[in-house]
Design a protein around this ligand. Structure first.
Ligand SMILES: NC(=O)c1ccc[n+]([C@@H]2O[C@H](COP(=O)([O-])OP(=O)(O)OC[C@H]3O[C@@H](n4cnc5c(N)ncnc54)[C@H](O)[C@@H]3O)[C@@H](O)[C@H]2O)c1
Ligand SMILES: [Zn+2]
Length: 377
């Protein structure tokens, strides 16, 4: 007997941008987790966020208390735990295990909530723990970096690094909700703040020339950390990522082309080659610059567009070169690791022009090396 069936599962991806999410008058969080039945909630806070916002636990408890007094059926807060932030959260199983242990200890069922407040790395690790517990507990992400708001929190992926490989271990799962509160961005260092804009440049180059032009025009204001300028760009980038994931027809990456990974083959390798000293956002900036130089040398992209993109990245105070680029042999091993992670034929997204990308299936080692040299200061 042969039985083949298709099946579809309907998910809802709920994204909210707001200000002062834990002010008792702000309905956003309560409306995402109030339900007709009593539930529980456990909360994980990124260590870096906790350091910068030590009163978060108290504010959260007050918030849920105040909303309950208004008659909303908000979940019972069972626990708040601070976990490692940054790539450290993904470089061992620890954070993921902490989440599963807490889900077990506090009787968190599939209809209960795990709230994760932090940067993209910590969201990935806590998300993995949430999706493994009972095969998936409702996860609410509260992204606290520019990169987590304009890209990572929109994703339907969770993961940790293993065997020296980025995101080797992970799952696809749609979060229950995402709440981005711009106040968190005020406590980032300059470099953490700037690094998230590489993903906005990436999505602008791929899908929306007007976004790219806006970033190009406003880069000098973004680097003053003017949130009135930065937030519309972060929101537009988030929306484009969300639209691609939800409307692109390939949320769980079963097909060949994965345009959101533009600039990422070398970025992921540079991150692991540097022992994760290069941040993801910075590595993506270098990866975009490298692939633009490569596209010029293979006749795809005009020199003038390449120059504009690299100038835009530099105006955002993002790096476009690193000494590790000179280690071309090791860097190029990243290509095969990238292919292995995605499966099937090698697929690297390159630009034809700003707003129009294509896929190539091989890369010439000498041209990669020449492209890297061209970026050196
Ligand atoms: N799941 C996805 O679809 C997806 C997409 C893009 C990127 N990512 C992942 O996201 C990660 C990068 O995330 P990131 O750029 O947010 O950096 P990050 O999570 O590594 O955080 C950087 C640093 O900022 C600190 N921090 C976070 N918020 C803070 C705040 N408000 N104030 C002070 N300090 C704060 C953290 O503790 C950490 O030290 C990478 O691991 C990348 O692979 C995932
Ligand atoms: Zn990325």
């Amino acid at each position: 007997m042969e039985l083949d069936r298709s099946l579809q599962v309907d998910f809802r991806h709920r994204v909210r941008f707001t200000q002062d999410a834990l002010h008792p008058d702000n309905p956003t969080l309560a409306s995402l987790c109030s339900d007709d039945v009593w539930r529980r909630m456990i909360v994980f806070i990124d260590g870096g966020v906790h350091h910068a916002h030590p009163d978060l636990t108290e504010r959260l408890a007050n918030y849920l208390g105040a909303r309950a007094k208004l008659g909303e059926l908000v979940p019972e807060l069972k626990m708040v735990e601070v976990v490692s932030g940054g790539e450290e959260a993904k470089n061992s199983n620890d954070v993921c295990e902490q989440v599963m242990a807490a889900a077990d200890r506090y009787g968190i069922d599939r209809k209960s909530f795990i709230l994760a407040i932090g940067g993209g790395a910590m969201l990935d690790a806590v998300g993995l723990g949430a999706t493994l517990s009972h095969r998936g507990v409702r996860l609410i992400r509260m992204p606290t970096t520019t990169l987590a708001m304009d890209d990572a929190a929109m994703g339907v992926k969770n993961g940790i690094n293993k065997f020296g490989k980025k995101n080797f271990c992970g799952t696809f799962a749609v979060p229950w909700g995402v709440i981005a509160d711009e106040q968190f961005l005020t406590t980032l260092t300059d470099q953490q703040f700037f690094s998230g804009f590489s993903e906005a440049v990436k999505i602008g180059c791929l899908k929306d020339p007007s976004l790219f032009e806006l970033i190009e025009r406003d880069a000098s204001k973004i680097v003053t950390r003017d949130l009135c300028t930065a937030m519309p760009i972060i929101k537009r980038s988030a929306q484009l990522h969300l639209d691609h994931i939800t409307q692109g027809g390939d949320a769980f990456e079963l097909h060949e082309a994965r345009p959101l990974d533009f600039g990422h083959w070398s970025a992921h390798k540079l991150e692991s080659m540097s022992n994760y000293e290069i941040s993801h956002g910075d590595a993506v900036s270098i990866g975009i610059a490298l692939d633009c130089e490569y596209a010029v040398r293979t006749g795809l992209l005009s020199q003038s567009n390449c120059t504009r993109i690299i100038a835009c990245l530099r105006a955002l105070r993002l790096p476009t070169w690193h000494p590790l680029l000179a280690n071309t042999d090791q860097l190029l091993r990243g290509l095969e690791e990238f292919r292995e992670h995605l499966g099937g034929r090698m697929n690297v997204t390159l630009l034809r022009t700003i707003g129009n990308a294509t896929e190539v299936h091989q890369m010439d080692h000498e041209i990669v090396s020449a492209s890297a040299s061209a970026l050196a200061p």
